[in-house]
Design a protein around this ligand. Structure first.
Ligand code: IPM
Ligand code: MG
Length: 381
């Protein structure tokens, strides 16, 4: 029995999560699992009604769960940043979900938007560091009161006291990026372990050490140390600067097997990655604490422009449910989801509009369930 916290959230979140839950429910009998879903109302509606983003009690409750299944957050009625920081980033940091694992894996029958490339060229994992870098929330603007320039980073007991002498009419803003040896080490190790688990032979580290040589210099140093450890000798490594990597994503995505990348560049590159998969609608991600509570979500976000129309692609959310099962060690059920999606996409009859078809969100989810029910491993293509 798995207790799952479900946060459908905003925009298309509830529609796609609904399909993911349908798929999980369909797997209960064939894979003898059981789920106890607890729904949380957090998101724009809840915030506008109550002024609350996420409460301490809710976090405490989730502490007792097996995993969190997340839809999307963000709504045009709420100032950008409030819900993102108050709900999504808060959960990531509260549960120390330091791995953001984002498979950039295309499927047969999907059209890779890169000329001359096929789905076979787009088959890699991005391991994004999920707690540090420019996401630590250390920054301020000079129009704020003086004591706001005393910044604190509790985890390492760091205090920055920034002194600013600036003419009144001048204004600046700053943001501090922070990388710890410990933080770099655990994520880079995760990437090497993932490469071994998924039978991949190469790990590429992406940074910008040529300009931000302090934080990414440390990152690189740790990468080189781990790369040279004996147990990683079977894995080849490469280091790239992020601007070059953006070009390589488009020019030659086949060179990647596992990428490990600091938080902010990982955010940017995984949107690029999601689109070369064929559609951001099929991109999924895990916010993983290997020893704690993890959260799984589609990458697409709340997409307010298509919310409520029943046309959002639920495959990202369904694949995220599959990642959740893999993390819960339900590997057979997780593989069955992958296989069903592969087969349905390959057949090409049922597709949502982002994939050039006319299926509804529910129609797409139903097609996956129908395929799952006739699941047999020989159908693996
Ligand atoms: C993502 C999103 C989030 C991020 C936002 C919504 C805070 O873009 O999951 O990639 O920047 O991490
Ligand atoms: Mg993003």
């Amino acid at each position: 029995m798995y207790k799952i916290a479900v946060i459908p959230g905003d925009g298309v979140g509830p529609e796609v999560v609904n399909e993911g839950i349908k798929v999980l429910d369909a797997l209960v009998e064939p894979y003898s699992m059981d789920f106890d879903f607890t729904y949380y109302p957090n998101g724009a509606e809840h915030y506008l009604k109550t002024g609350e983003t996420l409460s301490r009690e809710q976090l405490d409750e989730m502490e007792e769960m097996s995993a969190i299944y997340f839809g999307a957050i963000g709504d045009p009625r709420v100032k950008p940043g409030i819900l993102e920081k108050g709900v999504l980033l808060r959960i990531r940091s509260h549960f120390d979900q330091y791995v953001n694992l984002r498979p950039i894996i295309s499927f047969p029958g999907l059209i890779c938007p890169l000329r001359d490339k096929t789905f076979e060229d787009v088959q890699f994992y991005v391991v994004r560091e999920n707690t540090e870098d420019f996401y630590v929330g250390l920054g301020a603007r000079t129009d704020k009161k003086k004591d706001e320039h005393k910044l604190r980073f509790k985890k390492y007991n760091i205090k920055f006291d920034i002194e600013i002498e600036l003419d009144d009419e001048k204004e600046i803003a700053y943001q501090i990026g922070l990388i710890s040896r410990e933080g770099a080490e655990r994520i880079i190790r995760y990437a090497f372990e993932l490469a071994k688990k998924k039978n991949r032979k190469k790990v590429t580290s992406i940074d910008k050490a040529n300009v931000m040589s302090d934080i990414y210099g440390l990152w690189r140093e740790v990468f080189d140390e781990i790369a040279s450890e004996k147990e990683n000798s079977g894995i080849s490594t490469e280091r790239q600067f992020v601007d070059n990597a953006a070009m390589q994503f488009v020019k030659d995505p086949k060179q990647y097997e596992v990428i490990v990348v600091p938080n902010m560049f990982g955010d940017i590159l995984t949107d690029l990655g999601a689109s070369i998969q064929g559609s951001i609608g099929i991109a999924s991600g895990g916010n993983i604490n290997p020893d704690g509570i993890s959260m799984f979500e589609p990458i697409h976000g709340s997409a307010p422009d298509i919310a409520g129309k029943g046309i959002a692609n639920p495959l990202g959310a369904i694949l995220a449910a599959g990642m959740m099962l893999e993390e819960l060690n339900e590997c057979k059920a997780s593989n069955a989801i992958q296989r069903a999606i592969k087969n349905v996409l390959f057949e090409g009859k049922v597709r949502t509009p982002d994939l050039g078809g006319r299926a509804s969100t529910g129609g797409m989810g139903d097609a996956i369930i129908k395929e799952l029910m006739k699941d047999d491993e020989d159908r693996d293509i």
